[in-house]
Design a protein around this ligand. Structure first.
Ligand code: MG
Length: 252
């Protein structure tokens, strides 16, 4: 199943993709819901990020290839940081190039969407707490990230957390092809088989520290090939079995 969240007039609703249409869901997919009778055309509504997380938990340096290109040691445990909820961005949304950065980077990532409240969840039970998976772009002001040492400022600008287009519930997170194109040109191409720490381990690791609420996300890290984006660029993250998340870069 593929869940979407969309705006229709003033209302924000969930739906399920059915071929070319969206079947509107009654209720909240993170609580109680049922299939509705109404369908809408995707072009008739504004597609939103498929969830509105209270926090974006991110994992750094979680692909062997990316750790190598950053000249970083392979982490012995997951390297965790946060993006604030205010960084949320949507399919087709504009990523704002901050005036105080000269090196804005894309990072294609598999994103875990938490389905029910999770605290101290063992890896063996992690799948029970995951609703599904979506595409994310861990947009990064690389110069600010490197200058600060702490990653918060470089990772947290408004618009730096695009998610979407849907939450796919039936994909195997251990074997997903992911790619990123910039203005149609291939920049990143990998598979989640190359993740250093797997999705189940990440849910266990993060939930040891903080409560994960329904709709919270874990961005699982990016493969090799990170690089700069310019104002006017179109960036697209594509994950097999999930979909395509496209955004444009504008002056901040
Ligand atoms: Mg990242």
């Amino acid at each position: 199943m593929k869940f979407v969240r969309f705006q229709q007039g003033a209302a924000v609703r969930y739906g399920v993709l059915e071929g070319e249409n969206i079947r509107v869901v009654e209720g909240d997919i993170f609580a109680k819901w049922a299939m509705g009778n109404q369908t809408v055309k995707p072009e008739a509504v504004k597609l939103l990020a498929p969830c509105a997380p209270s926090k974006g938990v991110c994992i750094g340096l979680n692909y062997y290839g990316h750790a190598n290109e950053m000249k970083s040691a392979i982490p012995k445990q997951p390297l965790m940081f946060l993006k604030p909820s205010s960084a949320l961005n949507h399919p087709g949304g504009a990523i704002e190039y901050p005036a105080i950065s000269q090196n804005l980077h894309y990072e294609a990532e598999l994103v875990v969407v938490i389905g029910k409240q999770a605290r101290n969840v063992p890896a063996a039970a992690a799948r029970d707490y995951i609703l599904g998976y979506t595409c994310g772009n861990d947009v990064t002001a690389r110069d600010i990230q490197m200058n600060d040492g702490q990653w918060t400022r470089g990772k947290s600008f408004d618009t730096f957390m695009p998610l979407g287009p849907c939450i796919a519930t039936d994909v195997d997170p251990a074997d997903i092809d992911l790619k990123l194109t910039l203005n149609g040109e291939s920049k990143q191409a990998s598979n989640t088989r190359d993740l250093i720490f797997k999705v189940e381990d990440l849910v266990a690791f993060v939930s040891q520290v903080m409560t994960l609420y329904p709709g919270d996300i874990i961005m699982t890290g990016t493969p090799a090939g990170v690089g700069p984006m310019q104002i006017g660029d179109t960036v697209a993250v594509e994950l097999a079995g999930i979909g395509r998340l496209e955004n444009i870069i504008v002056k901040g």
